[in-house]
Design a protein around this ligand. Sequence first.
Ligand code: HEM
Length: 143
Amino acid sequence: MKPRFLPLIALALCLVVPGQRKESDVTLYSRIGGYDVIAAITDGYLKGVRGDPSFARFAGRGTDSLKRARQFLKDQLCAMTGGSCVYVGRDMKTVRGGLGITEAEWAASMKHMSAALEAVPIKSKERAEFLAMVDALKGDFVE
Ligand code: HEM
C-alpha cells in the first residue's frame, strides 16, 4: 500500500469506528431517560409540595399560574440536566424575593424532590446526582 493513502485510511477509521463514550460524557438528562422522566419528577415534586400543609402560605395562585410554574420547572430541570430545553423563566434569586423561604421549608422541599425521584425508575447514582444538583440551588432560595 502506498504511504500517501495512510492519512486517508486513518481518517476513514476515525469516522467508522466510534470512540468509546465514557458514562460521564452522557448527560444526566439522557441517563435518566429524558423529557418524560423530567416531567414525571416535576409532577411528583409539585404534587408533594402542593399537598403539603407546610407550604400553604405559598399557595393561592390560579390554575394558569400553576401550569405556567410547572412548565418553567420542567424546562429548568431539563436544561440543568443537559437536555435541549431552554429555561426562559426568571432566575431563582428574583423568584424567591420577598418569600422568606426558611431552612426547614427548603429541607421539606428536598424531601418532596427525593420522593419524586424515588417514584421514577432511575438508578440510585442518578438519583443522588439529581438531588445534589437541586440542593446546590439552596443559596438562591433560603434567606
Ligand atoms: C422551599 C422551596 C420552594 C418554594 C417555597 C418555592 C416557591 C415558589 C413560588 C411561590 C413561586 C411562584 C412565584 C411567583 O409566581 O411569583 C415559584 C416559582 C418557581 N420556582 Fe419555586 N419554590 C421552591 C423550590 C423550587 C425549586 C427547588 C426549584 C427548581 C429546582 C424551583 C423552581 C421554580 C421555577 C422555575 C418557578 C417559576 C419561575 C417564573 O415564574 O419565572 N422552585 N417557586
